[in-house]
Design a protein around this ligand. Sequence first.
Ligand code: NAP
Length: 500
Amino acid sequence: MTDHDVIIIGAGFGGMGAAISLRRLGYDDLLIVEREDDLGGTWHVNHYPGLAVDIASVTYSYSFEPNPGWQNWFARGSELKKYAEHVADKYDLRRHMVFGVSAEGARWDEDEQHWVVTTSPVDGPGKGVTTVRTARFLMTATGFLSQPRLPDIDGVDDFAGTVIHTAKWDDTIDLAGKQVAVIGTGATAVQLIPQLAKKASALTVFQRTPIWVTPKNDFRIPKPVQALFALQPWTQRVARAANSAWLEGMMVTAVLHYKQARFLNNGAAALAKAHLRRQVKDPEIRRKLTPDYSFGCKRPTFSNDYYPTFNAEHVSLETTPISRITPTGIVTADGSETSVDVLVLATGFNLWDSNFPAFEIIGREGRDLGKSWRQSGYHAFEGVSIPGFPNFISLNSPYSYSGLSYFMTIEVQMRHLERLFAAMADWDARTFEVTAKADAEFLQHMLERMDDTVFLQGSCATARSYYYTNEGDAVLLRPTSSASARRAVESFPLEDYTFE
Ligand code: NAP
């Protein structure tokens, strides 16, 4: 007997998707462990000014749970949080969730054929006190972008003013009349910087690597269109299909099929350059904002108000490398110092040191997942399962992430889970484990496909990105089209697993 049938770590859209699949399969004894104090994952954690999704919401949502009530073509953060709450309520998932509890470790018990999961409250009187729970199955849905990365810049801890990472935003902070500095120009900074510029008396943006930015065709969705989506759901499906096809061209084909469709990649880069030319007056600032690496080597983004921010008198773009942070400001390599009251760290997330996996996972024969990935390379069959780790599904795995949308990734994984668990039921099995052969063949297939991508065919040398491991390998994205991922999940042979 185990405490639960399944323990899922993470109550974001990934974890909720897995729970919905399990409920469809008839599992009701689920425990969803979430370290934050509420559900929604990234859309609960992040609430910095300007937060919105940069993939249109018709695409960035579960296909089986369309939301006709999106107010904006690109939902704001608060709308996504509400959508997550709606999904949890509609699919009756809240009763499975515990909040403020962090997973510390998980170990496969070979004798008992179950997982032993250690958790502890992140705060409060019980902080640090561990609880051990057992489950037949373990699923990790801990997100890719969930461990904030602090920059390793000299003196960052000595800064005497306010320091804030975008993932730990303080809504009470008053920026009016302040000298604000932002380190980082990723997709988060692109949303935040225009908002900071509205309040700060002086804003300095410290850019190490520029980002490709294309126009964001955002608009409020008129009430009659929302009504049409509600009354005739097929119309929203058509909108989803059209938007996904456009994204598939720009974010998937142009990047992952670079060898075959370089013209698409060139087109996307030309679109971004034209956008920059239209929006920024000063040629020197334009030069600084122009990436010197191929489109897609690091994740591009969409914005209409990022570039124009640099036309404002009180906004400066600093590209001289930072040499150190003092109690009162930032010193660059040329010796000049910028005075700073509020230091905003838009420095992204640490995936490769602390998120693959997010806590210690020990499989058969004491195999440590994190160590084995780091020592022998990253791999996971179809981006979900690993030999030596029975009854374990890792939703944030190498080669799992679709360039189209996180929901595309989640739904492919949900389908994988449904086929796998249905087969277990058919064969009355207690355990599943992917075969080493299937895993090796899948990895080989990924490596071959990777050869078509911008990562190997384009010029990516100067693009630092969380797409790459510490060893410099781009193992995050599944280098295939979305259609191919969908076909693969319907057709992978169930013999790729052993069932006992
Ligand atoms: P990010 O893309 O990793 O960007 C981090 C930024 O910080 C980069 O510009 C990086 O420069 C800079 N940086 C890090 N350490 C630094 C240091 N020591 N010195 C100077 N600069 C440093 O992180 P993010 O902007 O938070 O975005 C992460 C991802 O979140 C996005 O790619 C996207 O997938 C997701 N996101 C999505 C949305 C959405 O609407 N869907 C919105 C926001 C974010 P380098 O490039 O030189 O390393």
